[in-house]
Design a protein around this ligand. Structure first.
Ligand SMILES: Nc1ncnc2c1ncn2[C@@H]1O[C@H](COP(=O)(O)OP(=O)(O)OP(=O)(O)O)[C@@H](O)[C@H]1O
Length: 806
């Protein structure tokens, strides 16, 4: 392990036992407090669960008490590992008070949560890492010590202190050179960076670096864009920022929720443990393909198709596709209406939908500017109104209207024998006539976004009517029912905005759900009644049963309240939910249409966006952040950069930097925090020997990696075959759409590997990775930078020139 310059590394060896023991005593005290807090929280939860429902107000109160208690119990469980990881000792200058009673501030311990001593005036025993009082732990340097004399990292295993590592920031006391590269807690940091990977990302709460801390604690308002090369900690920072914001703006954000958008499901699984370990649950993780409730869009499609779907031109296409479903027939349409109008004597009759009538009704409905489905009743009412007259005139025309019948009657008067009420009745009947409604459905159907889009893709004619040219039609064409690709989701969302939800359908759904709940509750009552009668068969039951106390509808109410949902959970089911904050990772790959969707979900524009424009793989992704944010956040976005790569060793980054020059010469390569002395290895396989070389290389990597992880990154075109080959030779190797990263070996494409990391990486046929896509150099750049340690390149085909001299 590297020594941290001015920092001394103390381990539980003979000489240092005293320090470790002293810290152990303190840490033991903290865990005792944690246990007590857990017990209290557990009692609160049990008490809240026991409380009965009462009035709706009381139930709602109980619901939130239960949910708070549950969260508290989960939060306290989550901080078990690494509860306390740091300590700050201050110089005498920071002593408190004046005069003789002036007291030097005692050590301040930093950890995952705040713990107070209620027996001692709520003195802080442990400061939450997110509290302002903990900030010096991350920011203090020898040049700017902020009153800190010594920073100590405390390493624990379970509840046992296994080591302490000190940095002395007071230069008068320090006996060595200042810490190199301005790293904070360098020894602990390097230990974390060189630890074997597990297939799951870990939190970095004990080793956050100063440049990262500034990002994490940046203001909530506006869009913060963090540009950074591979391994600079963007994902780590984004997750810790989520935890920081939820802590600092708890009230606001727990109500509105925080959305976290990641590139793919494997990535979300990879980072899935970080926030829970930071005791935060209020974040909704989603891929773009999961942003439309009820759909998990994963269908693979060509890059070119994704590019078409991702472009903003689709806004007009979707709008035109909706307008195209509001049809005016070319000529009159006859509709045979049913025989429900017996009262008026027209058992079977035909009405005629005249194009002019339909056009007028359509224009009226459009002028309401309501979404399509909500404007439909206006359209129907207009048509029915016109048809009402049509029918009334035919039914009630006075056959003698042209003759004077004597008395007051004059020719031409009273042409209609039916009065207003009769006409209204005719309209009412027409409005429920199934044949007529079916005909109107054809002209102005109630549409779901799914149906609109599926119908559009399935018909060249519709696509042409929506303004698409032949090339784009060829890329989008597919039969209905083929499933959804991630790029469809922003289009479905766009369509949903234009179509609107027919509220009557929603109400009917809610009513159905409510009936189901009551039926379920009735089932529960029946079962309890059944089991009660068996249990107490012989007793003349004087015992009150659930059913005596509650009827099904009340039980359903309680059920509803008991199923309390967090903001994140409610948001997951609600397409129109707007979040308090949105975090986007690997943001460079989002299309303009995806950004449009996200902006709708975040009207306040409180966002954290992390990514690297050099890693953009999707054709509709972004090459410059201003292209996205000038449009949506004008003067409310700010750009910051992370420059240090914590993941990838210098030897590998220097090779990757050659690709970066090709991708965008204006981008600076990140600076590696460490060297391994091992440059990338290149294995040239015989033209027909690629698979054998890959197997051999992977086996060697497995033998070397110990309990770490090996990533094999292959061209997308041969992912299936190479994945199968490797899995056959190395049993348990993961491959396919959703590989399990906890396996020792995972075979992935460069796109799948985005955001991930492995102890050892084998990149296969880099020339093909480059050739597969117009953004192939970026894909290869991603592939090369996934390793925390060693890299081997295996090829039988052409080697890209940037690697030829590696
Ligand atoms: N301050 C830190 N302390 C310990 N580990 C760190 C720190 N910063 C980053 N790391 C580690 O470095 C690795 C890379 O971090 P991360 O995945 O967040 O980088 P990234 O910028 O998102 O990379 P990429 O662009 O390649 O997706 C992770 O293992 C992360 O835990």
């Amino acid at each position: 392990m590297a020594d941290g310059g001015a920092g001394q590394v103390l381990r539980a060896g003979v000489g240092e036992l005293g320090e470790v023991e002293r810290e152990q005593a303190y840490v033991t005290r903290l865990y005792a407090k944690l246990d007590a807090m857990r017990a209290t929280a557990g009692e609160h939860l049990a008490e809240a669960l026991r409380a009965s429902g009462g009035t709706p107000g009381a139930r709602s109160e109980r619901e939130s008490v239960v949910s708070r208690a549950r969260e508290q119990v989960a939060g306290l469980d989550a901080v078990e590992q690494g509860l306390c990881f740091g300590r700050l000792d201050f110089t005498d200058d920071t002593a408190q008070g004046t005069g003789p009673e002036r007291q030097a501030e005692g050590p301040r311990y930093v950890g995952r949560i705040g713990i107070f001593d209620e027996d001692d005036d709520y003195e802080p025993l442990l400061v939450d890492w997110r509290a302002p009082a903990a900030r010096a732990f991350y920011l203090a340097t020898a040049a700017s010590p902020q009153g800190v004399r010594r920073r100590r990292h405390i390493t624990t295993r379970g509840r046992t202190v296994v080591g302490v590592s000190d940095e002395v920031l007071d230069l008068d006391e320090a006996d060595g050179a200042p810490n190199r590269d301005g790293l904070t807690g360098e020894a602990t940091l390097l230990a974390a960076l060189t630890r074997s990977r597990t297939g799951r990302m870990r939190d970095i709460v004990d080793t956050i670096q100063a440049e990262q801390d500034r990002v994490i604690r940046s203001d909530l308002a506006g869009v913060l864009v963090v540009q950074g090369g591979p391994g600079t900690g963007k994902t780590a920072v984004a997750l810790h920022r989520a935890a920081y914001l939820l802590y600092t703006y708890r009230e606001q954000l727990s109500r509105q929720g925080v959305l976290l958008v990641g590139p793919h499901a494997t990535f979300l699984a990879y980072i899935g443990h970080v926030l829970p370990a930071l005791a935060e649950t209020g974040v909704l993780p989603r891929t773009v393909g999961q942003l439309y409730p009820g759909i998990d869009a994963r269908r693979a499609e060509s890059a070119a198709t994704g590019e078409v779907k991702g472009s903003l031109a689709m806004v007009d296409v979707v709008r035109a596709a909706v307008a195209d479903r509001q049809r005016v027939p070319d000529g009159p349409v006859e509709v045979e209406i049913a025989d429900t109008h017996a009262g008026f004597g027209f058992q079977r009759d035909t009405v005629v939908l005249e194009p002019e009538v339909i056009e007028r009704a359509r224009d009226r409905a459009r002028r309401t500017t309501r979404p399509h489905n909500l404007a439909r009743p206006v359209f129907v009412a207009e048509v029915v109104d016109a048809l009402g007259w049509q029918v009334a005139q035919r039914l009630g025309a006075d056959p003698y209207a042209d003759q004077a019948l004597g008395g007051n009657d004059a020719p031409g008067e009273g042409a209609l024998l039916l009065d207003e009420a009769d006409v209204a009745e005719i309209r009412r009947e027409l409005a429920t006539d199934q044949a007529l409604l079916a005909a109107l459905d054809d002209l102005w159907p109630v549409l779901t976004p799914q149906r609109l889009l599926a119908d559009l893709y399935a018909s060249d004619e519709r696509m042409a009517a929506a303004g698409l040219d032949a090339d784009r039609i060829a890329l989008l064409r597919r039969p209905a029912g083929s499933g959804w690709a991630p790029a469809d989701v922003p289009l479905l969302d766009e369509a949903a905005e234009l179509l609107g939800e027919d509220d009557s359908a929603r109400q009917a759904r809610l009513e159905r759900a409510r009936r189901r709940q009551i039926a379920y509750a009735q089932g529960v009552l029946d079962i309890t009644a059944g089991s009660a009668s068996q249990e107490f068969e012989d007793e003349e039951s004087e015992i009150l049963e659930v059913g005596d106390l509650l009827d099904a509808s009340h039980l359903a109410d309680r059920q509803e309240y008991a199923e309390h949902l967090t903001a994140a959970e409610r948001a997951a089911a609600d397409r129109e939910w707007t979040f308090g904050h949105v975090i986007v990772d690997e943001a460079q790959d989002l299309s303009p249409m995806a950004w449009r969707l996200l902006m709708r979900r975040c009207p306040t524009r409180s966002m954290t966006v992390v990514g690297d424009v050099a890693q953009t793989g999707d054709l509709s992704g972004t090459g410059a952040w201003s292209d996205v944010f000038d449009r949506y956040a004008a003067d409310r976005w700010r750009l910051t950069e992370l420059r240090t790569s914590y993941r990838t060793p210098a030897e590998i980054l220097s090779v990757a930097a050659r690709l970066l020059t090709h991708i965008d010469p204006s981008l600076a390569a990140p600076l590696a925090v460490r060297e391994t002395g091992v440059p990338p290895a290149i294995v040239a396989a015989a033209p027909d020997g690629l698979a054998d070389s890959v197997i051999e290389t992977v086996r060697a990597a497995v033998a070397e990696v110990g309990d770490g992880r090996v990533g094999v990154i292959v061209p997308a075109g041969s992912a299936g075959t190479l994945g199968g080959t490797v899995a056959a030779a190395v049993p348990g190797a993961a491959f396919g759409d959703d590989p399990d990263l906890e396996r020792t070996v995972a075979v992935l494409t460069a796109r799948q590997a985005k955001g991930l990391e492995f102890d050892t990486v084998v990149v296969v046929e880099p020339g093909s990775i480059v050739a597969e896509s117009p953004r192939g150099h970026s894909d290869l750049y991603v592939a090369l930078t996934r390793t925390t340690n060693t890299l081997t390149i295996v090829h039988s085909g052409h080697l890209p020139v940037e690697l030829a001299t590696a």
